[in-house]
Write a protein that binds this ligand. Structure first.
Ligand code: P6P
Length: 334
């Protein structure tokens, strides 16, 4: 194995989490322990994803999820892994998953210790698994609001209230992206010894890049402003990149810049992407990396007051300048 001389300090995700915790003297370690559960879950899910075809766990599980989408076998496996690892963490009061209609209440009685709600899409883009495409886990962490009337109400907090957010991309390498509100940090799993290694701190998305990411198969049903934006972009030499897996598409935007959109369509008048465990965590990451994340001109994703755990919203996110170009077209068409 050839290694390149490298003077970078060797910091693991675990070490990074503990170092961040040490910056908060009042921190009890509860959040760190939850992030650790997400780390081990993602290593287990990565192992299943890599061996899916060999273990014949590709394909549909034969049931629909609450979204009315065909559950893939690995959706169920990933969901179970997350529920079981988070279930073992005392700091987790409630979990909410794309795969579960209702939030799962793990422990609500308050003994004074701070607790959290963890929301996740266990295996986003899983329809790409059969063709070895990038798939991912998306997570969002909110403080458990013990004053809320019930579990639902405690989870339905605007994205701006997130204390942490991130995703794991199961691609050519397994990448863990994390923000706790102090910038975006990127880790890559070293499979030789099973640790996520810090490879970039304070990642910033480029201010501009002539690239857009949207499912143009829906173009005819986009609102006029989006169609006018696409005409402008194509007249100005933009390239198109779209995987159809939000984690893979947003990861490219974070690293290379550009704009990702899921506009309203005839089939999905509110857009397809879910606010609580797709749009909100991605919006926190994008904003922490210097980008913008909107549902419409002037409407930050992170300010949307949630009405339902599985609520969908239109998404426009990415480089600040590129989001501005979309907003200009939408505003002109209004
Ligand atoms: P479409 C995957 O099913 C997903 O939820 C996101 O990961 C992705 O961005 C989007 O749907 C793709 O949807 O309609 O373009 O196939």
């Amino acid at each position: 194995m050839t290694t390149h001389p490298d003077s970078r300090p060797i910091i693991t995700l675990q070490g990074h989490i503990l170092r961040q915790q040490s910056q908060f003297p009042e921190a009890s370690g509860t959040l760190s322990w939850i992030l650790s559960a997400l780390s081990i879950s993602s290593k287990m899910i990565a192992s299943h994803v890599r061996r899916a075809r060999l273990q014949n766990v590709l394909g549909a599980a034969g049931a629909e999820n609450v979204q009315g989408e065909q559950q893939q076998k690995l959706d169920v496996i990933a969901n179970d892994i997350l529920l079981r690892t988070l279930g073992g963490r005392d700091g987790v009061a409630i979990v909410a998953s794309e795969e579960n209609e209702e939030p799962v209440i793990l422990r609500e009685e308050a003994d004074g210790e701070r607790r959290y709600c963890v929301l996740f899409d266990p295996l986003d883009g899983s329809s790409n698994l059969d063709v070895c495409g990038g798939v991912g886990t998306i997570f969002s962490i909110l403080r458990y609001d013990r004053r809320a009337r019930d579990a639902h109400a405690s989870v339905l907090q605007a994205g701006a209230q997130q204390v942490a957010a991130g995703y794991v991309l199961y691609g050519p390498s397994t990448v863990f992206m994390l923000t706790v509100g102090q910038g975006v940090d990127m880790f890559v799993l070293d499979p030789d010894f099973g640790a996520f290694m810090l490879v970039e701190r304070g990642l910033r998305t480029p201010a501009a890049n002539k690239s857009y990411s949207v499912n143009e198969g829906n173009r005819r049903s986009f609102p006029a402003g989006f169609q006018q934006y696409l005409d402008w972009a194509q007249d100005n030499g933009y390239s198109s990149r779209y995987v159809g897996s939000m984690v893979a598409d947003v990861h490219r935007i974070l690293l290379k810049g550009g704009v990702f959109m899921y506009p309203p369509t005839k089939k999905a008048p509110q857009g397809k992407l879910r606010l609580m465990y797709e749009a909100n965590p991605m919006a926190m990451l994008i904003e922490q990396a210097g980008g913008k994340a909107l549902t419409a001109p002037g409407q930050r994703i992170l300010d949307v007051p949630p009405q339902d755990i599985h609520q969908r919203v239109p998404v426009i996110l990415g480089s600040a300048d590129e989001v501005d170009h979309v907003v200009a077209a939408l505003t002109a068409a209004a």
